[in-house]
Design a protein around this ligand. Structure first.
Ligand SMILES: [Zn+2]
Ligand SMILES: [Zn+2]
Length: 639
């Protein structure tokens, strides 16, 4: 079943059950300076989940356009996309688990209702309990009833942590799988023990589709729903917001909410029993256009095809919502998407101005019939296509000029000039022309025997963009600079977050950040203004930790493990299965023995950082101000 059919059937289904259908919000968030793009159906509805009354009533459903830049590195496999649509339904203090789970199962499986997915292919997970919260037996009971009604045996299996799931495996009669807080608990700050007082949260229940493909033991001894081998695909999640954190314990929320989100493309893939999302009908036209433009076929070139198709589709929707290519912010993201699509397209043999437009046109055609998304694309088609074509042209010019400049350098090196291409000069090409780093590396490796590629790569590594900037909306390996000063400020940034929590309370969460050579800037959640005294105290703590010259250690681990350590994460951020974590302190900690329990700070972070806090220098807060309701902004420098 195609996207338009599933989307409209979903909205019809929930409308018939008393839901107000609200239109998709723009990809550019309104009244929220802290995020660049809307990344989930929940995001525009957060105020109502936190207690505000929704003008449309207690039952709401929608299909929300979403864009997640943080998934860009995963694009190329068979299931990740940066742009997607999320089907959502919400109960604000109205229906609860039994209705939610029964309805979504009915929608997914019943004849004539929705995508008509084979119910025997569905598996579900629930919260197995922990951190002072009991197992979600209500959901177990609801699921048992639902599966039994379809004649499907539905035993419960306790999996605990994900790794234990792999050790245990699945039995044929098991359908309902209990996992711990890292997998089946929702709150804005992570697991129950991480939640500050007053924060709402609750268990969730995910639905997985089983493609029945063979398990890959690279991902563990046995397969289970949360295994990453590709056999199971998560197609939806029901969050049950039931609790509020009080000191160390929990109270029941006066108004319980249901939040459901399901990836439309993934549901379509399940409905076609097609493990490759890029083979569903929504991509058919684009794939043909790209095959025509490149003379290559999708088979055997999957990764490049997927990147081009994903990036062009995302670019079309971003442009439709008014984003134009630029050198910063949202426009920069769009520019990088288009340029990356050109690069991957050229690697396929595309290499002509205007070829991307053909792919874009295929998407506009594909969505044409579906209101209101399609109307928006059709209405702005002229502008969207012109914007893409212009950026593609500009980039090709950049490529030509940068290549010429590189050739000059390589030529002079070979003609008895300096024996090596100066890495700094190669960087000049990179920075001035916006010439892609990977291309310079390729060119150097391919053509210049006399060039020390390693040296260039070393220089490149130093210039890799800060992960902070990446998560604030930029591509990794983009144009930002990571000089010594920025690296020092980045480590100070980690110290400052902990210092703010020490002074203002653990509820303080980072909501945005930006680091340049001159200063760091951090947005954080806090009601009220910081007093002068509080600012001085935060500053004092940072400088104390600098004076202690603590080791800064990078570790890699599964995401669940980092969550278990209580590593600080960014608001609304989604992380890959394996993450990089930076911990600061205690004295004597080493990469082999990071002693996380005694660390001063632990954060999800890609770095880079100084190796000891003593390298930072003296830290000073220069400004503290409001940037939105409950959001403060702080600026600091090092001297
Ligand atoms: Zn598996
Ligand atoms: Zn960091």
């Amino acid at each position: 079943m195609n996207l338009a059919d599933i989307r409209s059937k979903f909205l019809q289904f929930y409308k018939a059950r008393g839901h107000a259908i609200v239109p998709s919000a723009s990809l550019v968030p309104e009244n929220d300076p802290t995020t660049l793009f809307v990344g989930s159906g929940m995001q525009p509805l957060v105020p109502y989940l936190l207690g505000e009354t929704h003008p449309e009533g207690a039952r709401v459903a929608d299909a929300q356009k979403s864009f997640r830049l943080e998934d860009v590195d995963d694009v190329g496999d068979n299931r990740h996309t940066t742009f997607f649509e999320m089907l959502g339904n919400w109960s604000f203090g109205d229906y609860w688990k039994e209705d939610q789970l029964a309805w979504i199962f009915e929608f997914l499986t019943a004849k004539g209702r929705g995508p008509e997915i084979d119910p025997r292919r569905l598996y579900v997970t629930i919260f197995s309990g922990g951190d002072g919260i009991a197992r979600d037996d209500e959901s177990v009971a609801a699921w048992r009833k639902i599966f039994s009604a379809s004649g499907i045996p539905a035993e419960y299996a306790e999996m605990g942590a994900e790794e234990e799931g792999s050790a245990r495996g699945m039995r044929a009669d098991e359908r309902i799988f209990g996992y711990g807080a890292a997998k089946n608990w929702w709150s804005r700050s992570g697991t129950p023990s991480r939640m500050p007082a007053g924060e709402p949260g609750g268990p969730d229940s995910e639905i997985f589709y089983d493609f029945g493909t063979p398990h890959d033991t690279k991902f563990g001894a046995h397969c289970h729903p949360n295994c990453d081998c590709g056999r199971f695909l998560e197609i939806g999640n029901s969050v049950f917001m039931a609790f509020r954190k009080e000191g160390k314990g929990f109270s029941d929320l006066p108004r319980r909410n249901v939040d459901f989100g399901g990836g439309l493309e993934r549901i379509a893939a399940a409905s076609e029993n097609e493990p490759d999302i890029f083979r569903i009908s929504a991509f058919r036209g684009a794939r043909a256009a790209l095959e025509h433009a490149s003379g290559k076929s999708y088979e055997g070139n999957e990764r490049a095809f997927r990147v081009v198709m994903d990036h062009v589709r995302a670019a079309v929707f971003l442009a439709a919502d008014g984003v134009a290519p630029a050198n910063k912010g949202r426009g920069y993201v769009l520019r990088r998407l288009i340029r990356r699509a050109v690069r991957f397209g050229d690697a396929l043999g595309m290499a002509r101005d205007g070829e991307l437009s053909a792919v874009a046109r295929a998407f506009i055609g594909e969505y044409k019939e579906a209101p209101p998304l399609g109307y928006l694309l059709e209405e702005h088609a002229g502008r969207i296509l012109a914007s893409l074509a212009e950026e593609e042209k500009k980039f090709r010019k950049t490529l030509r000029e940068g290549l010429k400049e590189l050739e000059k350098m390589i030529g002079s090196a070979e003609a008895g000039g300096p024996r090596e291409v100066d890495p700094a000069r190669a960087f000049f090409v990179y920075q001035t022309y916006g010439f892609p780093l990977e291309l310079i590396q390729e060119e150097l490796a391919k053509r210049a025997r006399s060039v020390d590629v390693r040296k260039f790569e070393e220089e490149a590594r130093k210039h890799q963009e800060l992960s902070r900037t990446a998560s604030a909306g930029m591509f990794k390996g983009g144009l930002a600079d990571a000089s010594q000063k920025t690296t020092r400020l980045h480590t100070a940034h980690h110290l400052l977050l902990k210092a703010l929590q020490a002074v203002l309370g653990p509820q303080v969460k980072q909501r945005g950040s930006n680091i340049t050579q001159e200063r760091l800037r951090m947005d954080f959640s806090y009601e009220g203004k910081m007093t002068e005294k509080e600012q001085r105290e935060a500053e004092r703590i940072v400088n104390e930790k600098i004076a202690e010259d603590l080791p800064v250690i990078r570790s890699e681990m599964p995401r669940g493990e980092a969550e278990g350590l209580g590593a600080e994460r960014e608001f609304g951020q989604k992380y890959p299965e394996r993450v990089s974590v930076y911990s600061i302190g205690p004295k004597g900690a080493t990469p082999a023995d990071p002693r996380f329990a005694e660390a001063f700070s632990i954060e999800f972070c890609g770095g880079p950082h100084v190796s000891r806090t003593g390298e930072i220098g003296r830290f000073r807060i220069i400004k503290e101000e409001a940037v939105g309701a409950g959001i403060r902004r702080i600026r600091g420098v090092i001297e």
